[in-house]
Design a protein around this ligand. Sequence first.
Ligand code: SF4
Length: 250
Amino acid sequence: MRKKCVSGLRSSSAAPVGEPSGTGVYEVKPVKRGFPFDEMMKSLMDFFPEEAAPIITRISRGETSDPFVVLVGTLLSLRTKDETTEKVMETLIPRAATPRALLAIPDGELERMIYPVGFYRNKARVLEEVARTIIDRYGGRVPDTIEELLSMRGIGRKTANLVVTEGYGKPGICVDTHVHRISNRLGIVSTKNPHATEDALRRVLPGQYWIVYNSLLVTFGKRICTPLSPRCSECPIENLCPREGVARSR
Ligand code: SF4
């Protein structure tokens, strides 16, 4: 018998780990019309090999992938290096590929299994609570809408969007700090936070790029268009970029 009832957790323990809540009032400023997305996306696809894709994209392309695996991987990957998430997933997924299997892992062992990831104690509790909610409320199947996913404690907009796009292959634009920063530097949007950027991108980004946009820009943001001093001299889309808000570059 399990010693601890996860439904008894305090609400703060199941807060989304390391991502904005996705709620609140915000203003969407005008977005740029007519941006050459075809040229931008082709340049980025040509520049980065497929194996450079972020961990969640690689997980979603794996043979054992399904929406629950994508959900677990996304929750673990928040504020954690891809290499660390990848190692943990290799040992965790054989024992936790479904919500029931995850809940069958004895208390304390789940924490030990995911230990190298950041905030592992909090993430272990979030994983257990999310798994229990999926069983109790959705019969064991991960919901496939942003609204249903956001209704579960511990899941924020980034996670919900990745489950919908990478887990189910349904339309959605996952906006994290990389996507938010780069979209603003390129002048595609002029927004204050990722939620506003998501809303603005939904109005200008052609549908065929919605799913892949996150994957490409995360890789691009880690390697070239970095937060503090972007490597503009190596940038494959420098000709398209007004460098909005960039004070220093390499
Ligand atoms: S030119 Fe510089 S700021 Fe613009 S997208 Fe490229 S790396 Fe980022």
